[in-house]
Write a protein that binds this ligand. Structure first.
Ligand SMILES: *Cc1c(COP(=O)(O)O)cnc(C)c1O
Length: 497
């Protein structure tokens, strides 16, 4: 059965797999055919199909055939590329791919290795890793500076006063990075458009400075997970600069759209960033996992994390700007050869097809938005941005909740909810492998039909309730008449006595 015809959501309950797999590994080697059969029998029932065109939850994580080939070649090499000597091709291709991508997105030259400055890019596994690395780098740089500035304070006194900023709309990965890095992350409530503004950041900083805190980093978002809003980086940037606060921009989903010049105005102020990340595995046809990250000053990350051992030394270290030892840029020592899948995807598709992919999917989102707008029972909650449409049924939030529950139970579409302006809404994102207009029609038809059912059930229930209400009223009236009759008779009987 092809993917389109399989339900996008599975029908299993937690613990289902326990009953299908033996307690222990087999003693004797098994036949490949049996194993393959079990993928259909055991694994498939428990799959949520991220590649289905009917998957519209979270953000996309599509794969592509060139990317699968790249992943297989990387697995076949089995390279562990922590330093240049571990495979010069692995390191050098990563440097070149990061420059290719940086130029493709129109990033400021200062982020690129080819600029000849301190800029440079690295491939991390996920946005969460990139954000954590940014927080840790900013923290170490800040602590070093503060120790020089305040020799009377101990290191732990300094570390105890650090603080970081982001908006309450930022991804959970940011709050988590604060916990992991032991820097309290202040999640500033965003404005009515879900954006972090310069003014909001400034007042948080002022308050913290008054309390003797040391601001370290601000993490702004281009394309929040809830509503795809964009923080006002052109306002935030100068404030960070004045206060010597590291500015990291998380553009996990929306960053890919920078390859289309018409979307660059969404991301003004990017030149203020000290570091920036976007996920190729979200919107650039490279399968999970692959997150691109750039630094304006890559020496900061190297200084923060350099740890040496005799067995890690090699005679070429530091020999060329184009041959860094990437182990200093990441959490893990071992690193996958991810740049090969990037290289294969970028070459197989070319810039033109990648731009067409972003534009095509944005067009599909617009098509879905127009269908929602054409039905007056629905409303678009906040401005559609890129491939995300936020919509709801007008009126009580419970209506939208019931509709989403009903749709999810049928497993034909997978969408999730979020809130905007205290209103519950449904997020519809263009995801999956190669979705097309037919898939949009299918999705809208499912939403519309379920809304029809919801409203007719609602009408019937209300009618029933109304009927009950009338008969109850009748009953009360009759009872009243009856008891007054009884009262009359009793009085009459009394008189007769
Ligand atoms: C998806 C997402 C993340 C987390 O991405 P991972 O690569 O899974 O860590 C972070 N920030 C934003 C805005 C996202 O949309």
């Amino acid at each position: 059965m092809t993917l389109v015809h399989r339900p996008v959501l599975p029908s299993v309950s937690p613990g289902y797999l326990h009953k299908l797999i033996p307690e222990e590994l087999p003693e004797k080697a098994e036949d490949w055919k049996c194993i393959m059969k079990d993928i259909e029998r055991v694994i498939m029932p428990g799959m949520t199909h991220w590649q289905s065109p009917n998957f519209h939850a979270f953000y996309p994580a599509p794969t592509s055939y060139p990317s699968i080939i790249g992943e297989m070649i990387s697995a076949a090499f089995g390279t562990v590329g922590f330093s240049w000597i571990c495979s010069p091709a692995c390191t050098e291709l990563e440097v070149i791919m990061m420059d290719w991508l940086g130029r493709f997105l129109g990033l400021p030259e200062t982020f690129l290795r080819s600029s000849g400055g301190t800029g440079g890019g690295v491939i991390q596994g996920a946005a969460s890793e990139a954000i954590l690395i940014a927080v840790l780098t900013a923290r170490e740089q800040k602590v070093q500076k503060l120790m020089r500035k305040y020799p009377e304070l101990t290191e732990s006194e300094i570390r105890g006063k650090l603080v970081a900023y982001s908006s309450d709309q930022s991804n959970s990965a940011i709050e988590k990075a604060g916990i992991l890095a032991a820097v309290p992350m202040r999640l500033i409530p965003a404005d009515k458009d879900n954006q972090l503004t310069g003014q909001l950041l400034q007042s948080a900083i002022d308050e913290d400075l008054l309390n003797g805190k040391f601001p370290v980093i601000c993490i702004a978002t281009f394309g929040t997970t809830g509503t795809c809003s964009f923080d006002k980086v052109h306002e935030i940037g100068p404030i960070c600069n004045e206060n010597d606060i590291w500015l990291h921009i998380d553009a996990a989903y929306a960053g890919a759209a920078l390859c289309c010049p018409e979307y660059r105005p969404l991301m003004t102020g990017i030149e203020w960033a000290n570091s920036f990340n976007f996920n190729l595995h979200k919107w650039m046809m490279v399968n999970f996992d692959c997150c691109a990250m750039w630094f304006k000053n890559s020496h900061a990350v190297i200084d923060a994390f350099t740890v040496n051992r005799i067995y890690l030394d090699h005679k070429h270290q530091g020999a060329s700007d184009r041959a860094p030892d990437y182990r200093h840029w990441t959490i893990n020592l071992g690193r996958r050869f991810r740049s090969i899948k990037v290289w294969i995807v970028l070459r197989t598709l070319g810039a033109e097809k990648l731009r067409a992919h972003i534009r095509g999917q944005t067009g599909l989102a617009e098509m879905f938005e127009n269908m929602v707008r054409s039905d007056e029972r629905f409303e678009i909650v906040c401005k559609r941005t890129l491939g995300l449409v936020c919509f709801r049924l007008k009126g009580e939030c419970s209506l939208t909740k019931t509709l989403l529950d009903q749709i999810t139970a049928r497993k034909q579409l997978f969408m999730i909810h979020a809130t905007f302006d205290d209103k519950l809404m449904i997020r519809f994102v263009i995801c999956g492998h190669n979705p097309n207009e037919k898939d949009m029609l299918f999705a809208w038809n499912e939403v519309k039909t379920q809304a029809d059912i919801l409203f007719s059930v609602k009408e019937v229930t209300e009618n029933l309730n109304n009927k009950c209400a009338i008969s109850t009223q009748d009953f009360v009236d009759k009872q009243r008449q009856f008891s007054s009759c009884v009262g009359d008779i009793q009085q009459k009987l009394e008189k007769v006595k």
